[in-house]
Structures are given as C-alpha cells and as structure tokens.
Design a binder for this molecule. Sequence first.
Ligand code: PA5
Length: 461
Amino acid sequence: MSIHFDDTNLLARMVGEAHGLTPDEINQSKPVALEALESFRKACDEGLYGFPHLPFQTKGIQEIVRYASDVRGSFDSVCLVGIGGSALGAWAIDCAIRGPHPVQAPFSTQSPRLVILDNVDPSYVSLALDSMNPKKTMVVVTAKSGSTAETIATFLIVREWLTKAMARKTPQRIIAVTSEARGDLKALASAEGYRTFHIPENVGGRFSVLSPVGLVPAALAGIDIRKLCRGAANVTHFCWQPDLEQNVALRSALMHWLIWTRRNKSIQVAFPYSNRLWGTAFWFRQLWAESLGKARNRQGETVQVGQTPVAALGTTDQHSQVQLYMEGPNDKVFTFWEVKKFKNPGRIPKGRTGYESFDYLGGQTLAKLLDAERRSTAAALTSAQRPNCTFSLDQVDEENLGAFLQVLEFETAFMGELLNINAFDQEGVELGKKFTFGLMGRKGYEEYEQSFADYEQKRLG
Ligand code: PA5
C-alpha cells in the first residue's frame, strides 16, 4: 500500500477522552467495519457500483491512450466543459501532475493546457475563450445525464465559437463523454459525429475520475493515465482486505466515523500540505459532501446526516484558519495530507545577512520547512485537544495520485455503509435543478416555474 494513514492523534491518550477515541471503543467497532466492507463488496459484486473496477478496464484505457496519441500535435489547449463530478476529477489530476494553475510549465501542442469551464459566470467563460485559439483547441464536453443546464449552455457557446473558426471540421474538435444509453448529449454527438467515450451506468459523477470523465482530458493534456490507473489498481487489492492495518481506506472510514458520530466532529478539514493536491482537496470536498449528506437512511427513516468537508491549504491557511481551528468550537477533525518527497526540495540560499530571523533558514529547504510546519500544526492542535490524523503519499506522481483517489473513494463508500445511507445518490440537488429548468422555460417544468413564483410571492409577504 503506497498510501499511509496515521490516526495516533485521534486517540484519547493524545487529545483526552472527551475528544479522542479509546482503544476499547475502536476494538469493539471493528466488526461493524467488517460488515461495512462485506456489504459494499456484495453491492459491487451485484454490479451496483462500478468505481472499484475502473482501473482494471485496460481495453478502455488503451483506447483513450491511442486516441490521445493520434490527435496529439493538433491543439495546444484542451477545453473541458462540465461541472461537479464531470469536472473536478480532471482538475485534481491536472493540478497534481502538471502543476497548480497558473504556475504550470508553458503549454504547447506537445503539452497542452487544460481550461475547465465549470461555471456559467459569463465573464469567466468569455475570458477563457479569449485566452484560447479555436484552431488549436480540443473541446471535451462531459455530462453523464446529457442535460445539465450549465454544461449544455456553455457547450452551445463553445460549439459556436469553434464553428466560426473550424466550419465543417468542428466535429473533429469535439469529444463527448456521456452515458451510452441515454441523454440528449449522446444523441447530438451521434447526429454531429463527435468522438464519444462512455461513462459506465454504475459509476456516478463524483466516483468517475478514473473513467473517461477524468482520463480523457488527462490523456489529451499529456498525462500518463496508464500509470494513474496502475496506482489505483495496485491499491484496490488492499481496499478489499479485512485487516485494518492493511486497509487504510477502511481504517480511515472507521476512525472518521467514530470521531464524527461519537465525539460530534461534524466538520472535516482536509488539509493538504501541497499545492499540487489542492485540486484533489476540492474533488474530495464534493465526494464527501454529496455522498454523505443525506436526509434518509436506507430504511427511509429521516436521519439528516452529513459531515461538512472544508478544504484548507498548508501552510497558507495556517495564517488564515488556524486561529479558528485552535480556539473556536471543538467540532472538527483535521485530516492532514502529507507529501514525503518533492522532486525539487527548494534549497534556501545560505549566504549570511547578519539578521537572526533570516540566517537560521539559510542552507535548509522549503520541503523541510513545510514538513516542520505541518508537524507543528498537528502538535499544536493536539495540545488544544483537537483530533487530527494524517494521510501520507510518498510523492505526488501519477501512481501515488491514482492510489490516493481510489483510497478516498473506497473510504467514502465504506463511510456510507457505516452510516447506513446510500452514498451514491443525490436527490438533494434535484429540486434546485428543477426550479432552474422552470425559470429558464424548459418544457415539462412548468409546475416548478409556478412553485417558484409562489415562493417569490411568499417572500414579498
Ligand atoms: O456526482 C454527481 O453525480 C454530480 O456531481 C454530477 O457529476 C454533476 O451534477 C454533473 O452531472 P452531469 O455529468 O450529468 O452533467
């Protein structure tokens, strides 16, 4: 297992019994964790959930690699149009492997940049289009449903922008990633002749990073998706193990479940000490929030569960959030994400200035400072009885990232089992979508337009 999990600072001996877990309660809960593992495995065996199998789909992965290499050289920008689970995975991969925006290496046809249009802010969309050359852009439109308003609206603008420059060649510059069996995007893609990649029906948006949803834009941007999938595949074996020492996804789910439900830590701060993992933190935020925030349990009883995920960046947010974390409500669990090795550790020049606050740093490295800051923050939080734990990655490369994404998905799925909820639906976002369709005049949504009008009337009093 290339991902490690240290939960020492979740223990009562470190943060006291009011906020930390005792060995007895952990031991007594192990059978519950094993039940969660078994019930999730059974559901996967029945074909209900497909994300664990994605890194093993070698034929599909090869097809994407082949396609990306066939078209390489004809574009210097990849424009991804998608939202939520159809955008965040690609951002996580790109930010980790090619570097956090805007400090990536210069882009070229051999190393295209990824521009993600995941919001309908008109100024953002127009600035993004102005920054790309339509003759050198490959567009990827991703929507599993094929009908998400934000994605479709933006895509119509991008398609027109592309058509003005490419005319009849436009379809060669558009790739659709969508469901094979349904949706208007699939129909349009067939009618207009776009290259299409399919999202398996049993893989939901936020669990789809290792499907064509994340892999197509990553491969087009020149990222080695075979290594990414290899890392995920290698770790999957461990994610099915009943031994909690080997299975960090299950152990982390169990420890987070206990600290959340028994010590009322209703907020989880995902705290990467790595700018490269900042995109992954936002991807995780969606995964945790949308999967685990639920009104009802599997029996249909009202439970209204959820743990609010917050993303914080070390060390930046030490100077922004840590005051609150140290002295505010003790309602959080902190999950540090540590990176052990940096390709370039960032040597700090040694020359003496004669000033005390400068000279002790000379000759050391930024990597050492980053590590010292993370360990110091963990120690400070522990001394303030704030439970915290740490995921460690050896380094941020394709294999470790693939492994980490897969571990976090398994952890989320296990957490869903522990909470006895369906982690794979998202009924809560439907009503807002329907109101929007009503307000934008979509046929069939007239009743939502009316109920929105009733709501407005009520506001007026
Ligand atoms: O996780 C999910 O299912 C959602 O976040 C979806 O990814 C998001 O709503 C976008 O859906 P679609 O891919 O259908 O446009």
